[in-house]
Design a protein around this ligand. Structure first.
Ligand SMILES: Cc1cc2nc3c(=O)[nH]c(=O)nc-3n(C[C@H](O)[C@H](O)[C@H](O)COP(=O)(O)O)c2cc1C
Ligand code: SF4
Ligand code: SF4
Length: 380
C-alpha cells in the first residue's frame, strides 16, 4: 500500500511521517534495537528502540543493573550507537523513536545535536529499577514532574517530537500529570497501564489532547479495541512483540478500520465513551449523561448546539431531514442500528465508513475547540 492509502485508513502522522498501522514496539533495554525492529517491520508503524542511557549517571546505573543480571545496552559511546541504530532504520517504513535515560535536561538536549529531528525522543519516566531512580531518571521523574517538564522543554527548544513513557498510578494524579506534560510541550504520552483498565485511558483522553499510546498486555484485538474506544491513538507491545501477535493485531485493526472508517471511534457518551463521543451526541433535550458532561465542561446547551451546527455547515452531515433532530450532526455511531440515519447517509451520498470519517472530523474539531480555543482548565 502507498502512504496516502495508509493515511486514508488511519489518518496518523508522527514526526512528519505517515504511520502505516497504530501498533508500536515498546522498548526493552538490551533487546529492542534496530535489528529487532527490522525483523518485525511488516506489522508495526512505530518502534521505540532502547532504552539507552545517555549520560554518566545513567550509564553507571545501567552497569549496576547489568551486574544484577538485567540485560542492558552497554556502549561506551551511546551517541554513536544511537546514530548507527537510527541510520539502520532510516530506509524502513517504521517511524523511529528512541527511548532515553538521561538524568538532566542538558543530556536530552545534547543528543538532539547528533540526531536532529530524524527520530522521536522518548523520555524514560518509567523505569523502576533502584539504580536508575537513584541516578535521577525513570520513575524519579514521576515524583519530580517539574524536572520532567524541564527535560521536555529542553527537547522542544530543539523543535523535535517528544514522547514521555510513564507508568500509570505512580504520580498521585495521572490526569494532572498528563495535562502538565502537554503544557510543557510533549507530543505523545506512552502509558504502561499496569493493572488499570480502559478507564485510565479515558481519564487521560479527557485531560489533554496528547497522542496516546496504550501499553501493557495489548495482545488481543478485544483489549486493543477497548483502549481505542476510550481514547488511545495507538497501542504498543514489548514482551509479546513477536511477529505472530503483531501480524494478527495488524490484520484485525486494518479490517475494522476498512469496515468502519474510524479505527478508534469512541463509545457513545452514555455507554462510557470519552469526550470525543460528543460528535455522536444528540441535541441536549433529555436527561442523559450529556447534560452533566456539558455542565462539568462549563459549556451551555446553546453553545454546544451552535458549535456542532457550525462544524457541520456545508458538509454532508448537515443533511438528514428524516432523523430525530433533522440533521446527521446529532446522529449516533454506525454500530447503533437506525434505519432513518442509514437512509439519510445514503441520500447524502455517503457509505457508513465515510459517515464515520466525517464524524471523526467533527470530533477532531470539537477536541481542538475544547483544549485550545476555550479555557484549558475546564476539562474533566
Ligand atoms: C526486559 C524489559 C526491558 C524493558 N526496558 C524498558 C526501557 O528501557 N524503557 C522503557 O521505557 N520501558 C522498558 N520496559 C517496559 C516495556 O516497554 C513495557 O512498558 C512493559 O513491558 C509492559 O508492556 P508489555 O506488556 O507489552 O510487555 C522493559 C520491559 C522489559 C520486559
Ligand atoms: S446525547 Fe444521546 S448519545 Fe449523548 S449521552 Fe445522551 S443519549 Fe447518549
Ligand atoms: S435518527 Fe437514529 S441515529 Fe439519528 S439520532 Fe435518531 S436514533 Fe440516533
Amino acid at each position: 500500500m502507498e502512504n496516502n492509502e495508509y493515511f486514508q485508513r488511519f489518518g496518523i502522522v508522527l514526526n512528519r511521517k505517515v504511520v502505516k498501522t497504530p501498533i508500536a514496539i515498546a522498548s526493552m533495554a538490551g533487546w529492542v534495537d534496530a535489528n529487532y525492529v527490522l525483523a518485525r517491520k511488516a506489522h508495526v508503524g512505530v518502534a521505540f528502540i532502547g532504552g539507552y542511557s545517555i549520560d554518566e549517571k545513567t550509564l553507571e546505573a545501567s552497569h549496576e543493573m547489568a551486574k544484577q543480571g538485567r540485560k542492558e545496552f552497554l556502549c561506551d559511546d551511546p551517541l554513536k550507537e544511537l546514530e548507527d541504530q537510527s541510520r539502520l532504520l532510516e530506509g524502513s517504513d517504521v517511524v523511529t523513536g528512541i527511548n532515553l535515560r538521561g538524568s538532566s535536561e542538558q543530556s536530552y538536549q545534547d543528543i538532539t545535536r547528533y540526531l536532529g529531528d530524524r527520530v522521536i525522543y522518548e523520555i524514560d519516566a518509567h523505569c523502576r529499577q533502584e539504580p536508575m531512580i537513584r541516578a535521577g531518571c525513570g520513575e524519579y521523574y514521576l515524583h519530580h514532574p517539574d524536572e520532567l517538564a524541564r527535560c521536555i522543554k529542553a527537547l522542544k527548544s530543539e523543535d523535535v517530537t517528544v514522547s514521555v513513557k510513564i507508568r500509570a498510578g505512580v504520580h498521585a494524579n495521572d490526569a494532572v500529570l498528563a495535562a502538565s506534560l502537554w503544557k510543557a510541550g510533549a507530543d505523545i504520552i506512552h502509558i504502561d497501564l499496569m493493572d488499570f483498565g480502559y478507564q485510565k485511558i479515558r481519564q487521560i483522553r479527557n485531560s489533554c489532547p496528547l497522542f496516546i499510546i496504550a501499553n501493557n498486555s495489548m495482545h488481543t484485538f478485544e483489549r486493543v479495541k477497548e483502549m481505542f474506544s476510550h481514547g488511545a491513538d495507538m497501542v504498543s507491545l514489548a514482551r509479546k512483540s513477536d511477529e505472530r501477535t503483531l501480524g494478527g493485531l495488524d490484520a484485525a485493526i486494518s479490517r475494522y478500520a476498512d469496515e468502519h472508517g474510524w479505527y478508534n471511534s469512541p463509545k457513545q457518551l452514555c455507554r462510557g465513551g470519552d469526550l470525543r463521543a460528543l460528535t455522536f451526541c444528540c441535541m441536549p433535550v433529555k436527561n442523559c449523561p450529556l447534560i452533566p458532561t456539558l455542565e462539568k465542561l462549563g459549556i451551555t446547551r446553546e453553545e454546544y448546539m451552535a458549535i456542532k451546527q457550525e462544524y457541520v455547515r456545508g458538509t454532508p452531515l448537515s443533511e438528514g431531514k428524516q432523523t430525530c433532530f433533522g440533521s446527521l450532526a446529532w446522529c449516533c455511531k454506525d454500530s447503533s442500528p437506525c434505519m432513518f440515519r442509514d437512509l439519510s447517509i445514503r441520500q447524502a451520498g455517503l457509505s457508513n465508513g465515510e459517515y464515520m470519517r466525517k464524524k471523526r472530523e467533527i470530533s477532531d474539531k470539537l477536541m481542538h475547540w475544547l483544549f485550545y480555543e476555550r479555557a484549558k482548565d475546564n476539562v474533566c
